[in-house]
Write a protein that binds this ligand. Structure first.
Ligand SMILES: [Zn+2]
Length: 388
């Protein structure tokens, strides 16, 4: 046993391995994933995601076992024989995974979201590791709607989205398609739609580019019994998934709550433009403070220049964020430090954030370069970025 598991696999090589993945919604909180490989593999390796696979995945193929590890989880046959097909049952798993995407989420009307990225891995063939080129086929439960973002007309970076299974059909809001939880309060719904439309117009003009991928926006409501207001967002490709909760979501409208939601929307949408490249940009090599702190700075600029926030609101946000970074000792070591201190780093450059990020996006897109401090420094050093 030990021998087979300890084979050192050092390099990725070869073409991606074509894999058909059929994902069937078999019960409200259960899916079945059937993997069919174009060539046999000795094991299937996935990047670990907390306890996700250990707790929510059950192998259905006889003789195949899941080994959950620190860095990787792997599926392989107990007898070491090559595999062509593997089936796994996947249960809903809504634990907060920190920096990682939420694995699954639910809407109050029974709709479900599942992040397909966690179904992607690598196929191992002897010492060779090949990325999966997964082609997903989705099958719903009964006559529910099954949805993933439309295939973009222009080339985009490869991303794996969330899939939606549920009773709704998306509605058009400007150029975006939206799926909103019916439990969303009127003020939250209005704010989401209004800020999405206005920031979309602002970012398109300021960054001088339309999105390569049409936006699919999903907002789920959860945990409305908890005190306060809890809002989170995640961007995958042309998709934004919001999760809103807390008792304050359902209580009366107020400007403070609108401002918090507006900032989140502007932040998440900034990622859409940061990611609006064919390659490069946000990647595993790029330090997270760049895209998170950058999104905070782009959001503040956008909220001010589009007239959504007053100068006082903008100053209050900037002051609070800088104070938070100071409290965190100007370090990127904490989750909030990445945002607050990333924002501080951009503030300290004393440049207009719009031309800087416009050039960063263009550099990534044309050269395939990942966002880096060196890229920022060289663009700033060009000296044409001084704020008016
Ligand atoms: Zn972000």
């Amino acid at each position: 046993m030990g021998l087979a598991m300890s084979v050192a696999v050092s390099a990725h090589a070869g073409e991606p391995l074509p894999v058909q993945v059929r994902l069937t919604h078999v019960a409200p909180d259960t899916w079945r994933a059937d993997y069919q490989f174009s060539q046999p593999v000795t094991s299937i390796r996935f990047k670990s995601v907390g306890e996700l696979r250990k707790s929510a995945w059950k192998v259905l193929t006889p003789g195949v076992a899941l080994a959950a590890g620190e860095a990787y989880d792997a599926l392989s046959a107990a007898d070491g024989k090559p595999l062509r097909q593997v089936s796994v049952e996947i249960s809903a798993f809504e634990q907060d995974l920190g920096k990682q995407y939420l694995a699954t989420d639910k809407l109050s009307d029974g709709g479900r979201l599942i992040y397909l990225g966690f179904l992607q891995g690598e196929g191992q063939q002897g010492k060779l590791l090949r990325d999966m080129a997964a082609n997903f086929t989705l099958a719903g439960l009964g006559n529910e709607t099954v949805l993933v973002p439309a295939k973009p007309a222009t080339p985009v970076k490869d991303t794996t989205p969330y899939a939606y299974f549920g009773p709704q059909t998306p509605v058009a809001a400007g150029e975006a398609q939206v799926l909103l939880d019916p439990k969303l309060s009127a003020w939250a719904k209005e704010t989401l739609l209004d800020i999405t439309a206005r920031m979309s117009a602002y970012y398109s003009t300021a960054y001088q580019q339309k999105l390569r991928q049409p936006l699919l926006l999903v907002a789920a409501v959860s945990d409305t019994s908890m005190p306060g207001l809890s809002i989170k967002g995640g961007v995958v490709g042309g998709q934004i998934v919001y999760r809103l909760g807390g008792a304050a979501l359902l209580t009366a409208d107020n400007p403070q709550k609108r401002a918090i939601l507006a900032e989140l929307v502007a932040h998440e949408m900034a990622h859409l433009w940061q990611n609006n490249v064919r390659h490069g940009g946000i990647s595993e090599q790029s330090p997270p403070w760049i895209h998170e702190g950058g999104a905070e700075a782009m959001a503040l600029d956008g909220l001010l220049r589009s007239g959504i926030w007053s100068a006082e609101q903008g100053k209050a946000f900037a002051d609070a964020t800088l104070a938070e970074c100071e409290k965190l000792e100007h370090s990127f070591d904490t989750y909030r430090g990445i945002y607050a201190c990333g924002f501080e780093r951009f503030s300290k450059l004393k440049v207009d954030i719009v031309p800087l990020w416009r050039d960063m996006i263009a550099t990534a897109d044309s050269k395939g370069e990942a966002y880096s401090e060196a890229m920022i420094n060289s663009l700033v050093a060009r000296g044409d970025k001084a704020a008016p």
